[in-house]
Design a protein. Structure first.
Lengths: 635, 304
């Protein structure tokens, strides 16, 4: 019976270790590859590895961490129609009462209890609670809108693994790993957003300009600047080769054109030309080879890996010369087309026809009247100011069937088609994929720019060299702590100590695997947590081994002493670990950023410890001690 | 068999009134110091800017401070424990809530004053004052929450009085760490706070192991004087207390010496806490049970 149970336990142990090894594999592989090796991989594989491996915190790899917060006081002040001295006084009193756990809106409604808020906001008939709920929604919008704008900026800025998340209700946390120039990043995040409407050029015209650009790139006066870039261009040709093969493989959604037959109007590029694309890449890289045509939408697409090259070519002075001075090329948002992300390339009028100021409001609705696929889809309704409506009528009247791009920070957010003249300044935008997308757009149109009420409250930058040093020192500490504990246990407990050591090593292994499994971020305090856990991990074993010694002293047989040792130590182990776990959970709840990493490693360590110290060591004891013969235990 | 203590029989509880009195004094001193002397809170709590510098040319504190003062910046200038004693890294700290553009101002000043110094910013941190205020409230709340949850758990698994003893012993450890940080004005940062909250867990862990043995011995040694039972339990767990203490303390000391400057303060807080945590399990948590038990017994005797 005992024997049978142990067999099952060994199997469970093997399964647990196998799962742990599987979870750790990407991390190990990344460590072996190093930065250079990683870059050589296929981009998709790179992303895959990065998401599956343990993420290093900004304090270990260098980068920038920024917390932005909506200033609600400022927001309310800004929204008030005629803030008089009474209003401002009350608002100052609200501000004074704000603390960590106070709810702004609670304090606000208390302070303004005896004042008709409709004097300052909304309509006359609205009660205070109604107005407050509207203000609340405005504040939420401000945060969401900032998120949209920041994501729009960071996406395509060439930064690796940018993370932009909402924290609580009014904070945004921006984490940019491996930023070399924190000043530039800060400028990028902090600048005021610009929302403009620009006219997209007709396809034929776009094609002419592209031909000119292509000619420049093909010609001897190749535009890629200086020597290093020349090397780049050869690499570029090689890379295009592989992507072409890939594109041909999933040619259903995307077809790659080759330079000879390129024509944006020939939307029905057939599969023959897709096959031909492979041949043309053997020649010197041309601009057209970096572009992909999307048949369904008649759109020019740029894949993620080609984007930097396209941008570099378009920005070079020689190419700028052939682009008409009133026009500019801009890229759209990255979107999944088929299996890969692409951005659409637009040729636009440089001059904006309208800015975000022309808009009065924007909202989301469900299409009632549309037919077929459009019925029931989300739409964005917008209305213009009086001046905006007048200009909008003229613009739409002159440009029916052209596309009007909504440009945010020099990136095309969306480019809807103008169907007919819109005389009254009330328009709808169709073709949204989801209600969320519609909300995002409406929010953006409504608020336009990054509201000035969103301010940075914390900024932390760590240089890459310091990050690497910290990681090295942390790893060294962990190693030394492990070594000491190993020696100590073996000297003190001999072979029984070896059992405990095996358990401890398994514990560390499981702990790191769990970090990978939970997609946790390893921070410097997290490493401190690991080191502390190494010291504490042997505690359960010390409890057990001391008990066994006690029982042996009383003259029990080896088997009875081991049995009694485990049974008697159990309650102490469970109670002491659960209490520590409780402290860990609270620490995790309270903590932010790096502290959470510390609490998490501590908790994972405790749970893994319970398993390895109780179950695994017992298995080892049973396996390697011949209870029937043994009269002495190496302890 | 290598043993530090095979069957020790040391009287730990005889002088319990002395130990408890000593610890109560520490507690009072710590609270008084906390109010009068306060803490050397870093920018995590006060708001401000911290910039960590490395120069290729060795610098002096006076040079750096002078240059900053000339630019109207009052900064705290310290060296960091570093691998290079001849040319250490520097930390510049500017406290206060008005920090807009402070980092750029400092960097500009240093660059202009020491163009040949080969300065590079290793890390920088700017934080608003309100975030710090939140941290403080958060820390107090989490201590309260840990205490409540532990009282519930320990009461269920042991008895109510055990939870009182455990909490007192734990708070004692927290206050001793605070005492050190206040007395020596060591820098109190967010990671020190995290270390203190972790100590709450460690200290309880240690106390519970002793309590577990007391719980067991109370059942086994019925009729024996309570103080003897408790003292036996302490002696029986003594070798474990010392062994676990040793492995943990050595790990933390390794962290102090090899973990790098960012972890030093945290590791120091952990070290003090683990030392007092080990002390308090034996000399505070267990004696409290005896005092309570004796008083209750006296009351029962009276009411009869």
């Amino acid at each position: 019976m005992e024997q049978h149970n142990n067999k099952l336990r060994w199997i469970i142990f093997a399964v647990i270790m196998a799962v742990a090894a599987w979870k750790l594999y990407p991390t190990a592989r990344m460590a072996v590859l190093g930065d250079e090796g990683l870059k050589a991989l296929d981009p998709k594989e790179q992303v895959d590895l990065r998401t599956k491996a343990i993420k290093r915190g900004l304090d270990l790899q260098g980068g920038m961490h920024m917390v932005l917060e909506v200033d609600l006081v400022e927001l309310v002040r800004g929204l008030a129609r005629t803030p008089d001295s009474r209003f401002n006084e009350r608002l100052v009193r609200v501000e004074a009462q704000l603390g960590a756990n106070t709810d702004f809106w609670e304090v606000f409604s208390k302070e303004f209890k005896d004042i008709q808020l409709s004097e300052y906001f909304g309509e006359r008939k609205q009660g205070n609670s109604e107005i407050i709920s509207v203000l609340k929604a405005q504040a939420d919008d401000a945060v969401d809108n900032s998120l949209t704008i920041l994501r729009n900026r960071v996406d395509g800025s060439g930064l690796q693994e940018p993370s932009i998340t909402k924290q609580g209700q009014r904070r945004i946390v921006v984490e940019l790993a491996g930023v070399n120039d924190p000043e530039a990043a800060r400028r990028m995040i902090g600048k005021t957003a610009l929302l403009e409407f620009k006219l997209v050029d007709e396809a034929a015209r776009t094609n002419q300009v592209l031909e000119a650009v292509n000619a420049v790139v093909k010609g001897e006066k190749v535009t890629l600047p200086v020597d290093s870039a020349a090397q780049d261009s050869t690499k570029l040709a090689a890379q295009t080769d592989t992507t072409t093969a890939k594109a041909a493989a999933d040619a259903k959604a995307v077809a790659k054109t080759d330079s000879a037959t390129f024509d944006p109007l020939a939307a029905k590029t057939d599969t023959a030309s897709v096959a031909a694309a492979g041949d043309s890449t053997r020649k010197a890289a041309t601009f057209f080879e970096l572009l992909t045509i999307f048949q369904g939408r008649n759109a020019l697409l740029v894949s993620e890996e080609n984007r930097p090259k396209v941008q570099a070519i378009l920005a070079s002075p020689e190419v700028q010369e052939v682009i008409p001075p009133t026009k500019e090329f801009l890229l759209g948002k990255m979107e999944m087309v088929g299996e890969k992300p692409y951005a659409e390339l637009f040729l636009l009028d440089k001059e904006a026809l309208l800015t975000g100021k022309a808009l009065e409001s924007a909202g989301v609705n469900i299409n009632q009247g549309g037919q077929g696929a459009n019925a029931g889809a989300a739409i964005v309704e917008l209305s213009m100011t009086r001046e905006g409506a007048r200009r909008f009528a003229r613009i739409t009247g002159d440009n029916v069937n052209r596309r009007l791009a909504i440009v945010l920070d020099d990136k095309v957010f969306m480019a809807p088609n103008i169907r007919s003249k819109i005389p009254n300044g009330r328009a709808i935008i169709e073709g949204m994929e989801s209600i969320e997308e519609a909300k995002e757009l409406a929010n953006l149109l409504k608020h336009g720019a990054l509201p000035s009420t969103v301010k940075p409250v914390e900024e932390r930058t760590v240089g890459p060299s310091l990050g690497a040093e910290s990681l090295q020192k942390g790893a060294l500490s962990a190693l030394l702590a492990t070594l000491f504990t190993v020696l100590f246990m073996i000297v003190y407990y001999k072979l029984s100590g070896v059992n405990a050591i095996i358990a401890m090593v398994a514990n560390i292994f499981l702990m790191i695997a769990a970090l990978a499994g939970f997609h946790a971020t390893l921070t410097l305090p997290g490493i401190a947590g690991i080191v502390l856990t190494i010291g504490m991990a042997v505690d359960a074993n010390i409890l057990i081994l001391e008990r066994i010694r006690e029982e042996l002293r009383r003259g029990r047989t080896v088997r009875a002493a081991v049995d009694a040792g485990y049974t008697n130590a159990m309650s102490a182990i469970i109670d002491s670990n659960v209490t520590t776990l409780i402290a860990g959970v609270v620490l995790y709840q309270f903590g932010s950023g790096p502290i959470r990493g510390f609490a998490l490693t501590l908790m994972i360590g405790l749970v893994a410890n319970l398993y390895t110290a109780i179950i695994l060591t017992r298995l080892l004891f049973d396996r390697f001690t011949n209870y029937d013969r043994a009269t002495r235990l190496s302890i | 068999m290598l043993e530090f203590f095979s069957t020790p029989n040391i009287d730990f509880v005889g002088k319990r009134k002395v130990w408890i009195g000593f610890s109560l004094t520490l507690l009072v001193v710590s609270i008084l110091l906390g109010f009068t002397r306060g803490f050397n809170k870093n920018i995590d709590f006060t708001g401000g800017t911290e910039i960590q510098y490395r120069f290729t040319q060795p610098m002096t504190e006076g040079d750096l401070r002078g240059a900053l003062e000339n630019a109207g910046i009052s900064a705290e200038v310290t060296t960091l424990r570093s691998t290079n004693a001849a040319n250490p890294d520097w930390m510049l700290k500017i406290q206060g809530s008005e920090q807009d553009g402070m980092k750029e101002k400092v960097m500009g000043t240093i660059r202009t004053a020491f163009p040949q110094s080969g300065d590079s910013v290793l890390a920088a941190h700017t934080i608003g004052a309100r975030v710090g205020k939140e941290l403080k409230t958060g820390a107090i709340w989490s201590t309260i929450w840990v205490s409540i949850l532990l009282i519930i758990y320990v009461t269920v698994r042991f008895e109510f009085i055990y939870s009182v003893g455990a909490i007192i012993a734990t708070l004692h450890d927290v206050f001793v760490v605070l005492l050190f940080f206040s007395l020596f004005q060591w820098e109190f940062s967010l990671s020190v706070l995290a270390a203190i909250l972790t100590l709450v867990g460690y200290s309880i862990n240690d106390t519970i192991v002793v309590y577990d043995r007391i719980r067991e011995q109370v059942k086994k040694q019925k009729g024996q004087p309570y103080a003897k039972v408790v003292n036996d339990a302490i002696n029986q767990t003594l070798s474990r207390t010392i062994l676990t203490g040793t492995t943990t303390i050595v790990s933390v000391i390794i962290l102090i010496f090899f973990g790098g400057p960012s972890l030093t303060a945290m590791a120091v807080a952990l070290l003090i806490g683990i030392l007092t945590g080990t002390y308090s399990s034996v000399f505070i948590a267990a004696p409290i049970l005896i005092e309570w038990h004796d008083r209750r017994a006296a009351k029962l005797a009276l009411s009869k």
